[in-house]
Unconditional design. Sequence first.
Length: 209
Amino acid sequence: MAGPAPLPCRARSSASTVGRQPDQQSARVDPRPQRADLADHVAVQLCLGRAVDPDLERAAADPLDPGVDAPSAPWATAIVPLLGLERRGSRLYLPGATATIEGADELLAELEATGFTPLKVADAGLARALEQEGRLVRLGGEAVSAAAYERARELLVEDCAAHGEITLARFRDLIGTGRRPAQLLLERFDADGVTRRIGDRRVLRRAAR
């Protein structure tokens, strides 16, 4: 398959102005048609799983990540917001695009069944891809479903708001698990900026209130 077509916004060489009148040399081309062409170009590259810029060698060949690197060329700031694409970190995706991940449905079903108790995930790439899609939350080498994480967070925030702080023992009782699962969740809440640990208790960070 041929590589992507050259981007349409290349500057002309100074030689192309030879023989032109001054007013012709200073004339500007309306950029809107060029931007529309480029938007189509980028969308096509996403559909094909190829890089949007010839200078970007990394294409979306990974089935766990059906996006492409956002272009870093000077035109990107003006063009990318016009494309109607989803930006997730440094990557661009077609709206609603999700990875086709072998084993995802089985893993998510198991996580749903275990609730607040983390499940060890042997396939780190699978866990990472599902977390990027917002379908699970990793706790070291283990994980819980996104729904379990959010429910645990709600319980934590409600209790902290009512009492001003929370201990590991109190949180363990709230979610009805053993000490270790509660500890893993609390550590993730610390990392996510939900709580701040002070000795053997935790308080809400201002942004989580």
